[in-house]
Ligand binder design. Structure first.
Ligand code: C5P
Length: 284
């Protein structure tokens, strides 16, 4: 039995280029793992099983990306031995926090342990599972480009914490990219560099180009963001295709204070620290 954690990510700026012939969009930005984590357990079993830690079913069943990841590793290992994957979700789904991709990256790692496969294979499998999976496998702080598969690790960021709020709505990533195309590839929401934590000021202004498309799909997103900006007296950014919103705070206590008064009805409101890893094995 192998158990581990899978950490969510935020996008500290996300630039998007015109759709490529393969349907994907070139992107660039800083990706950062954060301290919100799902927990996974993988073990040999009599039959293939995927279940939630509370005993219920899991979104997508056997199509769940974490199970697919583990199955891909098992195949590479040449094994047909059945396995049980147990998933305890904390990362909100369809939120722009890469929860499914984080689970997939952890699924790769846990399966590599269970089926005794080297980690170099995982780097090859990761982009086949999804654009955010290579980053989630690398974890920490990275400059990401291509469609998500070019991951260049950076010095870990430090000196700030985050308050993350997920409004009560789910947003589909493909739909957001499609909307962005249809809107004529608009430039995104700009966060001026002088408002950023000192460690990020060399990056210049940060933009998330998907913001106008996300707002076109969910118009209330702009109101929720403006409300948070008023309450927090600082810029609030969108992660990925949203709807997760976040602000920078000096430390965890300050971020914790900022989420106390968030209206009931949000899917998630938490103070988060930066994580230097995308996954962690907790039990072997
Ligand atoms: O790679 P992933 O399965 O996460 O992507 C889901 C969808 O999001 C893709 O099918 C594509 O429509 C869109 N996407 C994109 N450009 C990217 C990443 C995702 O257009 N760089």
């Amino acid at each position: 039995m192998i158990a581990g954690e899978a950490f969510a990510k935020i996008n500290i700026g996300l630039r998007v280029g015109s759709q490529r012939a393969d349907g994907f969009h070139p992107i660039s930005g800083i990706f950062q793992s954060v301290s919100v984590a799902d927990r996974l357990r993988l073990e040999h079993a009599r039959d293939d099983t995927i279940e939630s830690a509370t005993g219920g079913s899991v979104v997508d069943g056997f199509d769940n990306l974490a199970f697919q990841a583990a199955a891909a590793v098992r195949e590479v290992a040449g094994s047909t031995q059945p396995m049980r994957l147990t998933l305890a979700k904390t990362i909100p789904i369809a939120a722009g926090l890469a929860g499914g991709s984080a689970d997939a990256a952890a699924g790769l790692v846990l399966a590599a342990e269970l089926f005794d496969v080297g980690h170099d294979v995982l780097t090859e499998l990761a982009p086949q599972l999804g654009s955010d999976v290579p980053f989630c496998l690398a974890g920490g702080t990275a400059r990401v480009a291509g469609r998500g598969e070019d991951v260049a690790g950076m010095e870990p960021l430090q000196g700030f914490a985050l308050a993350i709020v997920v409004p009560p709505v789910e947003i589909s990533t493909p739909e957001t990219f499609k909307q962005w195309d249809e809107m004529g590839e608009p430039e995104g929401l700009r966060t001026p560099s002088h408002t950023l934590p000192p460690v990020l000021r060399n990056e210049g202004d940060l933009l998330n180009d998907l913001y106008p498309a996300a707002v076109r799909i969910v118009p209330e997103l702009d109101e929720w963001r403006s409300e948070l900006e008023r309450a927090w007296a600082r810029p609030v950014m969108l992660s990925g295709s949203g709807p997760a919103l976040f602000g920078f705070f000096v430390d965890h206590d300050e971020a914790a204070g900022a989420v106390i008064d968030i209206p009931i009805g949000t899917r998630f409101a938490e103070a988060c620290d930066l994580s230097s890893v995308g996954w962690r094995i907790t039990e072997v």
